[in-house]
Design a protein around this ligand. Structure first.
Ligand code: FES
Length: 111
């Protein structure tokens, strides 16, 4: 079995996250924020790179960003790159696949 298969885990049913919604899950001890934007799914580390905030409690925007609930930094959900201050560091993102209606997350951060 390849490493990638070992590290890919089922997070939830895709139907559990409505469009424009977020869901926090714990996978192998990692807190992950899952997002559904326009029917596409994304996974970020749940902790903001700027402070102790949960990105799953942030504001999901149609332009594929999420705004931190604490100090309003916005991050691209595809890359985790901050789009504005006060955050300056990227948040780790994780590859997602949808298999039989399940959201599966590969627990190796995207480089
Ligand atoms: S904790 Fe997220 S922007 Fe400060």
């Amino acid at each position: 079995m390849k490493d990638e298969e070992v590290n890919t885990v089922v997070a939830c049913d895709a139907s559990a996250i409505g469009e424009g919604q977020a869901l926090k899950v714990e996978l192998n001890g990692l807190q992950i924020a899952l997002f559904n934007i326009g029917g596409e799914f994304f996974a970020l580390n749940d902790r903001c790179s700027h402070g102790n905030a949960s990105m799953s409690e942030g504001y999901v925007e149609d332009d594929f960003t999420v705004e931190c609930p604490l100090h309003s930094a916005r991050f691209c959900v595809r890359t985790g790159v901050p789009q504005c201050q006060p955050a300056t560091e990227r948040i780790a993102t994780y590859p997602i696949t949808i298999v039989d209606g399940k959201v599966c997350v590969t627990l190796e951060p995207t480089p």
